[in-house]
Design a binder for this molecule. Sequence first.
Ligand SMILES: C[S@@+](CC[C@H](N)C(=O)[O-])C[C@H]1O[C@@H](n2cnc3c(N)ncnc32)[C@H](O)[C@@H]1O
Length: 372
Amino acid sequence: MPEPDAADRSRSRLLQQRICQRIAQAGGWMAFADYMQMALYEPGLGYYDAGGSKFGPQGDFVTAPEISPLFAQAIAEPLAQAFGQVPAQVLEFGAGTGALAQELIADLGRRGCAPRHYFILEVSADLRARQQQRLAGLPVTWLERLPQAFEGVVIANEVLDVLPVRLFVRGRDGVYERGVRCEGERLGLEARAADAGLAQQVTAIEALVGALPEGYGSELCALAPAWIAALAASLQRGLVLLFDYGFPRREYYHPQRAMGTLMCHYRQRSHADPLWLPGLNDITAHVDFSACAQAAGAAGLDVLGYTSQAHFLMNCGILERLASRLEPAQVGAAQRLLSEAEMGELVKVLALGRGLSAQPLGFTRGDRRHRL
Ligand SMILES: C[S@@+](CC[C@H](N)C(=O)[O-])C[C@H]1O[C@@H](n2cnc3c(N)ncnc32)[C@H](O)[C@@H]1O
């Protein structure tokens, strides 16, 4: 692993001290979800709030909008279509560097349907400041909370996979929850008997996939369905497009996926130790898209499509765009967005909506809603 510089090490040490204080106050153990919340979002110290370049080749990981403008140009298709039915407004969650917003506004403008308003809801003060610098002069407004009665299109790329998750382990005599302890200078994981709520959720998973083997560990994200429910309450009419690494529930909790999907990213390396230098790594877990679709249905949203990123982008005409101006760099970028071994199959797209008369573009071939 590349060596962090002295400033990063000292920031991570400060965050770890704060985590240990919180653990001590809580009686010596903190649920992993609370640790993940602090490691990623603790004001001024957490990964997403402390500055530093996260995105792109110089950062820790690369997201689709950073790979190529072709991603935004493809998404512009269903947005332009939706703007025939709802006001030309976009609400983007977790806009990262602002790359997607910038290219979407430009591309929709070239098509003659520039959004009248582009709203961003971003939890990281540091990233918000960077977005404001990049998007200065464009019709972008940053929100502090969900708007009321929003009409338009909502997008979120790789936001659900950075919501804190609970870690569970199937034991012989019951379900356990992994949490974090502080031992002197070191953080360690320790499993305790799960509370009734978590145990019930694991039982529901087993009712679907069969008994999980002893020692099987995975994650559960209670925040994702809650996030969808809150979004549904704020959406009066419109389309929601969610892009993320993930699976339907049956595949997520397949008995052979016995170690879950938790993954950390540091300077373009992936590793599996979320306790290593807290605050310096991104920590992610795949999304249970069945849980998201269920939460959407329960909140009165229509589930309009579910497919892989590759199918979605091809249905939106990415290859035709590419062919119209063949540049070697863009060919490589499209390969990364579409390849089965890279993002093409691992990232999925879930479309939700309310009050729309037409099916959104992007799902004509390869719609997998039946698997949710
Ligand atoms: C992995 S980055 C993805 C950034 C960008 N969407 C992209 O594709 O490059 C996750 C982003 O989501 C933001 N975020 C995390 N939780 C959020 C929440 N609950 N609401 C809004 N933004 C959130 C982070 O601050 C960050 O900007």
